[in-house]
Write a protein of this length. Structure first.
Length: 112
């Protein structure tokens, strides 16, 4: 059994310059926790694999392709491979989302 304390996992360097922590990387998936402070956002990007998002805390805006929605804690969002997407925290509180990439990417994410 492997137990990971997300609060003690180091912040991974990323092109968005936000708090992103890789919690798990196994042959078939990658799990990352992203924390956006008020006013922070991810740059629009495209992943080479399917992504599942689960909102852990707060309220944020998700854009996937031409769709845009405000989502809250305990919401799951599916994002297909190779569709541009991003997250925006326009609230006054912290926004945290769990990111599950399946299968584990073998190509880099592309910023747009």
């Amino acid at each position: 059994m492997k137990i990971v304390d997300a609060t003690k996992t180091p912040i991974s360097e990323n092109p968005h310059h936000v708090d992103a922590r890789k919690l798990c990387e196994i042959p078939h998936a990658v799990v990352v926790m992203i924390t956006l402070k008020p006013g922070e956002s991810l740059k629009r990007h495209m992943t080479p694999v399917d992504v599942i998002f689960y909102v852990l805390e707060g309220t944020g805006t998700v854009e996937i392709g031409d769709e845009k929605a405000i989502v809250r804690e305990d919401t799951l969002i599916e994002s297909p491979a190779k569709i541009p997407h991003r997250w925006i925290n326009e609230s006054t509180s912290v926004f945290r989302v769990l990111v599950i990439k399946v299968p584990r990417p073998t190509e880099e994410t592309k910023l747009l």
